[in-house]
Design a protein around this ligand. Sequence first.
Ligand SMILES: Nc1ncnc2c1ncn2[C@@H]1O[C@H](COP(=O)(O)OP(=O)(O)O)[C@@H](O)[C@H]1O
Ligand SMILES: [Mg+2]
Length: 327
Amino acid sequence: MPARSSGRGPEALRRLFSTRTPAFRAVVRTLEKLIDVDVNVLVTGESGSGKDYVAEALHVCGVRAARPFVRIDCSSIPPDLFESELFGFEKGTFTDAKANKPGRLESVRGGTLYLDEIGGIPAALQAKLLRVIEQRQFTRLGGTRPIELDARIIASATDLEPRRQGSHSLRGDLLYRLSVVTIELPPLRERVDDIAALARRFARDAAARHHRPRRPLADETLALLSAYPWPGNVRELASVVDRAVVLEDGSELTPASLPRETLLRGDALVASASRGLWTLAELERRYALAVLDSVGGNGSRAAKILGISRKTLIEKRRRWGRAERAK
Ligand SMILES: Nc1ncnc2c1ncn2[C@@H]1O[C@H](COP(=O)(O)OP(=O)(O)O)[C@@H](O)[C@H]1O
Ligand SMILES: [Mg+2]
């Protein structure tokens, strides 16, 4: 959870997301516009790309910050408990209802309702939830008293592709209602320029948490972290750095403290980078050329993957070409 002490407003939001990647900068600019308006926001992105972080950042930087942030993990609540968990119930509604119980929606009280992984909302409840979101009121199961839903609603989804047969999918009308604005988070491999800053921040946090000295990341470590494709995204980076902070004996965080089985495995580029102890510039050049190669030399596609503009890529290639010829 982003620290509440960071303050409110767009400045505070920018601090939570200091980024050097153009694609992510565009995301942050959109988020700035959303902190103080109540439009429903859908955040999408791969697992670990920061969907919860974005939802919490919108909350702590917005006008509802002093109110509760209520996260409902739609994919982990058993379908038959979903309704009573959300709406609560009145005593005697069903056999186990021994007393009145307020639901999670009641606990929002002017704060943010975060519907995490909306693909997991049981099909049978989607129409009811849509109605509640539209009318901004609901009743407990077995109850008649209307209760106001005073909340900013944020939803997240990892993938909304049609589900396999037999499992449910999300109704279009509910999806449209929840996604007045959609924020698409790029995976970490498309934010290579942000990896060093994120790693430094996680190293600082981990040192404090584990009562270890603050140590810098060695250049080779940063080179390896920047070259790895991060299938688990920011979450994986955070845990790799956490582990390094705990295991490292030296005065810097070295490649020896990185998990060999994932980070240093196979990948030819990474393996030769660590053998050759390349500079970051050399690693950048070789990685960019490998990406270009993998997309058949298509400059626009390569630039998109690399998280830079096409113009920047052209300039870089020109510079590399000159350096080659000078050898
Ligand atoms: N921009 C960021 N700055 C710092 N930490 C981040 C950032 N984005 C994500 N994280 C951290 O990475 C981890 C995974 O993020 P999370 O929001 O849970 O991903 P998701 O919900 O997309 O699976 C969390 O520990 C989160 O705090
Ligand atoms: Mg999540």
